[in-house]
Design a protein around this ligand. Structure first.
Ligand code: PHB
Length: 250
């Protein structure tokens, strides 16, 4: 696509505009978008105006901008993520009803765990995951399940980079993470006590393809001292069900 005088393409600038929206920053002015996207104000106003006209962004009566439903519609209706989510929902609902704690579905995206769905119980404990939010692979139970049953090249890439400490209990030493991954492969599930938040334990089971690679992970966030046996039993059963659903034609 055509380049601006600064050398970045139209697509680069569109992506930078859209990426200024985050789970906690959902409404902004065009000026804020421009500043955060590193664009001159006139360029930001033009791009935002075009995106509003196309329905990909919405502008309210005070001129504040948010992501438009049309963008959600286009992104959702044809995505692989939707198929995984639809295959997983009935099993997730059963896990959630039996365990009565937060139940999540995550997939691998750009070397992080991206959460596609989260079912919560009003009485469930702390949980920082959000739908369309991300967590580091080495620090979350879902991430560890995706990593342990992922491509070897993924593991090497992730372990070669600094491993961010999310809580005091997050493993940040590559050798310790390697040992944990071996344990996850041996057990067939990941238990992450306090890795994300000291008050909770994440437990996750991979959803695997015919080659044994994880295509997704199902997880439950338990209060730190809750025994994980019931959640794990339900998650293993659910993962098999999702694997069967994904194998059958859509
Ligand atoms: C986890 O997957 O390990 C996890 C996720 C969210 C939390 C705690 C643990 O709040």
């Amino acid at each position: 696509m055509a380049n601006s005088s600064s050398g970045d393409s139209v697509t680069d600038r569109l992506v930078r505009v859209l990426e200024t929206f985050t789970p906690t920053r959902t409404v902004q002015t065009a000026a804020e978008i421009g500043r955060r996207a590193g664009l001159p104000p006139s360029t930001a106003h033009r791009i935002v105006g075009d995106l509003v006209d196309a329905g990909l962004l919405d502008r309210d009566l005070e001129g504040r901008i948010s992501v438009g439903l049309r963008l959600w519609e286009l992104a959702t209706r044809s995505s692989l993520a939707l198929r995984v989510r639809q295959a997983a929902l009935p099993a997730m609902e059963r896990v959630q009803a039996r365990v009565r704690e937060h139940t999540q579905l995550a997939i691998l995206e750009q070397d992080e765990a991206l959460f596609l769905e989260r079912l919560s119980d009003p009485d469930a404990g702390a949980n920082i995951t959000r739908i369309a939010g991300r967590l580091p692979l080495h620090a979350s139970s879902s991430g560890l399940a995706l990593l342990a049953f992922g491509e070897p090249a993924l593991q090497e890439r992730v372990l070669a980079r600094p491993l961010r400490r999310v809580s005091a209990s997050t493993p940040t030493d590559p050798a310790a993470v390697r040992r944990k991954l071996a344990e996850v492969r041996r057990l067939g599930h990941a238990i992450a006590p306090g890795y994300i938040e000291e008050v909770s334990t994440g437990v996750a089971v991979p959803v695997r393809d015919h080659a044994g690679r994880a295509t997704a992970a199902l997880s439950v966030v338990l209060p730190r001292d809750t025994a994980p046996a019931l959640a794990l039993e339900e998650l293993h059963r659910a993962a098999h069900e999702v694997e069967r659903a994904l194998r059958s034609p859509a």
